[in-house]
Ligand binder design. Sequence first.
Ligand code: GLC
Ligand code: MG
Length: 535
Amino acid sequence: MGIQAEEHGIRPWWESAVIYQIYPRSFQDSDGDGIGDLDGIRCRLDYVQKLGVDAIWLSPIFPSPMADFGYDVSDYCGIEPMFGDLASFDALLADIHARGLKLLLDFVPNHSSTLHPWFVESRSSRDNPKRDWYIWRDPAPGDGPPNNWTSDMGGAAWEFDALTGQYYLHTFLKEQADLNWRNPDVRAAMLDVLRFWFGRGIDGFRIDVLWHCIKAQGLPDNPPNPDYRPGMGEKFLVLQTNSADQPEIHDIAHAFRQIADQYGERLLVGEIVLPLPKLMTYYGTPDRPGVQLPFNFLLLDAPWNAHSLARIIADYEAALPHGGWPNWVLGSHDAPRIAGKLGEAQARVAAMLLLTLRGTPTLYQGDELGIGRVTIPPGRERDPQDLRQPGLGLGRDGGRTPMPWDDSAHAGFSATEPWLPLNDDWLVRNVAVQTQDARSMLSLYRALLALRREYRALSVGDIRVLSSDTDVLVYERGHESERILVALNLCEQPRSFALPEDFAGAHRLLSTLDSPSLPGTLAPNEGVILRLENM
Ligand code: GLC
Ligand code: MG
């Protein structure tokens, strides 16, 4: 897409867009069961629109026994009754489009729920026509699992099924059986799923664990991981050399892309957790494109200093293939809250970073309120990853707590006790309070998103890192004659930075603080955005 579009000055919508991730269980409950739903999301669209984002990505909303909260799908073409039905989905999609927003759904191709009718059939006998839709193997000689692969959720990646005396593969929970992507009927059925939702009018998909979908022929053992240390989680016992990122995955990604392209300008975002050079292969090649945005998770683990951030930006930009559009992620339903990791002051700086880097940002619900670490009281943990490997700190519940809307009962999220507790400070940290406060995190996010809309330099411009010592990161964004400078102080002392020499004037557009600092100086924990006037 890139090159031709550039020449004609037309860009696909998603290059200048900001994606907002909604975790449906935790956004807004409309029917009083303590769990968010589609009608709830629909009645909060005003909020989403005023925030200033462009596209919503919904984590899975399909029928599911909820062993992994929707990432265990039992019907790819329906809506989970707890969330609504196809009519409420269509109504939501229509309202989203009426507001000029886009909608991405979450496609989970690597595995289905073991309650999916396909798996129920597959498990029923060795000669069932759907047997080969999943990955079944005899026990290893002398018994035990067929190979040494471990599940990402802990334990072996194999579950023995006494009925037919074989094991099936599950990269995640035993309730999530891996589909066999080497079977053409599986491919055809799953491509039909894409057609079904594109046909209903959605604007794209985020694709769950894309790099896992196809496994090495013959399922050979994985090599042991020399860096494994107890406490890391058993998924790290072996390197996933044979269980993920196989060359054939690119045929699958390309097949997804071909379908998407048949519906016009549709976006595919791939969840891929791999080192940069491997990650980049998921863009595909000009004649065989893959997904437009392989998620870039580099900021999630970034050491929080200017030097490391500058290195990450440089490495990422340098690794991008020609025509590949960048993207950045700061939070998700799988990651600890950014404000919990960095504290509120630096979370403001991080917000400025996310929304001023070159590329499509994905913003996770609640981060715009600066929700920090939430303590989940004993007995209220829900994340299966945590419950299966307790004590390792792998719990994802803390990042999935309900949106606090106001200071009414249950924070306006639900008429009843929510499925997960609220953030401890919800009485003061909620949408209503932060909307009134010009210095709140929410107001900062709105201001940043408004600037991104106003200045092409921020949404689609080039990036040039100007300087990065340990504490201050300075970069310039430029588009045609427009120039924007971003300077971020990552420490708790005042700092100064050198402005470029070739400009006539600098106007401060936004600061993360309301301190009146001079151009070239930064208060502790301050980030600023300046507009540079050309000479
Ligand atoms: C992805 C999802 C995560 C889920 C896993 C298995 O990583 O983001 O929440 O547990 O896939 O589907
Ligand atoms: Mg509900």
